[in-house]
Design a binder for this molecule. Structure first.
Ligand code: GDP
Length: 478
């Protein structure tokens, strides 16, 4: 009965088996405490070893983070250009510059967090224009936002040509025992040069550990590359005995939407999705021209949902009206996209005709922003809201190549049906494929093996890192 259900509900493990720490202020970040009531039970649990490493990271963030004497000394050394020897106070830092769309930035953030844990660095994220409006502080008693008075001049403009880039530092051979660096810049753009990408093979203990400040620029998911580095394999295996859920577990720890975003998520979910018997997410991302609609993409969505039996077909009702069955199953379709035409077309289809299965299909799309915008809080908050709503569906269809879709999928622990990216504005022969795992695809991964540093098919080096379904040169964990 209802009483028993309430008891069961109140017993929900909001701290996710020790993944999260108690003691945060519930009011200031409701999603930390409420998401367990909206999201499915975790399909992969964190290992005790991972939990131990997270507690160590929290302690490090608190001991060395902004506001501490350690941070003041470290930023003074960076400002004055004093190159150092041993990192005093045992505090070293990873500053993340994430960029491009929100999907890219979320993937970069989770990757940087993993790298920070692997190399025992304090993670500080550059907030850009919107980061502070999107996510709560993940670590207790400190901030992960890079202070606005961060003293490195021009750090936001660091690029591949910088003298401090990992590629240039290693090409100059400045990696010996005596080499000193004020900071090193890791350029992990999806199109980075091989010299810069070789940081995936660095074992950190060689010289990077002596560099107190590392600035990382990333626009995507870097984790699969770390799994190819022999120096990290053992540690990563201890943290993640299952490799198919790295983003999923880390994101449940790290990412908690702010109250404003969470309000948008829960109001939409409660109003349109909660009471359905089943929820299907369809994420539509059109790369050609984002404000034009294309018939071949609508055809592809319908071919995919029909092939995979995700949506029922429709029947002509003129041959005899069917009464809806009293206990008809309801299916709520959550669509996301910049354009509303796909949503309007599918909704109209189920309005004008009856579904062949007798199911009642409702179709909902929270927003249609028409164009991608940069640095605008409301726009980014809508995007994040929709990623979370996608993650709360039961099954999901995503657009290949889209980091937006990768995040919606992996946040929810869902294995998606990925629609292959159309070429020449025609529907691909295979409209969609069931993915190997829930993990995001790394779109700019290493393409060499770390022992010989020779180019190779990196999707064949270890069993749990494979070529992505939607991008042959991408790599994903499985
Ligand atoms: P990708 O370009 O598909 O890899 O995904 P990104 O998230 O990195 O960049 C696309 C950006 O366009 C998003 O961050 C949003 O700003 C916008 N965008 C694309 N699709 C949608 C959508 O379905 N809903 C909303 N609200 N914004 C979208």
């Amino acid at each position: 009965g209802l009483g028993a259900q309430r008891v069961a509900e109140s017993k929900k493990d909001v701290l996710l088996g020790g993944l999260l720490l108690p003691g945060f202020d519930e009011q200031s970040c409701a999603s930390r405490y409420q998401s367990v009531y909206y999201r499915k039970n975790m399909t992969r649990s964190p290992t005790p070893y991972l939990i131990k490493r997270l507690r160590e990271q929290e302690a490090l963030q608190r001991r060395c983070g902004p506001g501490t004497d350690q941070y003041r000394r470290a930023s003074e050394r960076l400002r004055s250009g004093q190159k150092d020897v041993e990192t005093v106070d045992g505090c070293s830092y990873l500053v993340l510059l994430s960029y491009r769309g929100l999907g890219n930035r979320v993937l970069a953030t989770v990757s940087a967090f993993l790298y920070a844990v692997l190399t025992s660095r304090v993670l500080l994220v550059d907030r850009g224009k919107t980061m502070g409006d999107l996510f709560c502080e993940p670590f207790p008693g400190t901030t992960w936002l890079l202070p606005l008075d961060f003293p490195l001049q021009g750090y936001k403009d660091l690029g591949e040509e910088a003298a401090e880039s990992y590629g240039n530092v290693t090409l100059r051979g400045e990696t010996g025992p005596a080499s000193a660096h004020r900071f090193v810049y890791m350029h992990l753009d999806h199109a980075a040069s091989k010299a810069d990408r070789l940081v995936y093979c660095d074992d950190h203990r060689q010289f990077l550990h002596r560099v107190q400040w590392v600035v990382m620029r990333s626009d995507g998911y870097n984790a699969p590359g770390f799994f190819l580095n022999p120096a990290y394999q053992e540690e990563l295996h201890k943290m993640f005995p299952r490799k198919d859920s790295v983003f999923y577990v880390l994101s449940r720890y790290l990412l908690h939407p702010t109250n404003d975003v969470w309000g948008m998520v829960t109001r939409f979910y409660d109003a349109y999705l909660k009471n359905a018997d089943e929820r299907l997410g369809i994420q539509v991302r059109v790369f050609d021209y984002d404000d034009v609609h294309f018939q071949h993409i609508l055809d592809q969505i319908l071919a995919c949902t029909s092939q995979e039996r995700l949506l029922p077909g429709v029947v002509a009702t003129s041959t005899g009206a069917r009464l809806p069955m009293p206990a008809a199953r309801s299916k709520a379709v959550l669509m996301t996209g910049l354009n509303s035409w796909y949503h309007d077309s599918i909704r109209e289809m189920y309005w004008r005709s009856a579904s062949a299965s007798g199911e009642l299909v409702s179709v909902h799309q929270p927003s249609h922003e028409e164009h991608q915008s940069f640095g605008q809080s409301t726009h980014d908050m809508k995007a994040l809201t929709e990623m979370y709503l996608l993650s709360m569906t039961d099954k999901i269809v995503t657009s290949g190549w889209s980091t937006f879709g990768y995040v919606g999928t992996a946040l929810g622990g869902l294995t998606p049906y990925i629609m292959m990216k159309p070429e020449n504005q025609t529907m691909p022969d295979t409209p969609c494929k069931k993915a190997m795992s829930m993990e995001p695809c790394a779109q700019g991964p290493p393409y060499f093996d770390c022992t010989r540093k020779e180019d190779t098919d990196a999707g064949n080096l270890v069993p749990h890192v494979r070529a992505c379904e939607d991008m042959s040169w991408g790599l994903k964990l499985t």
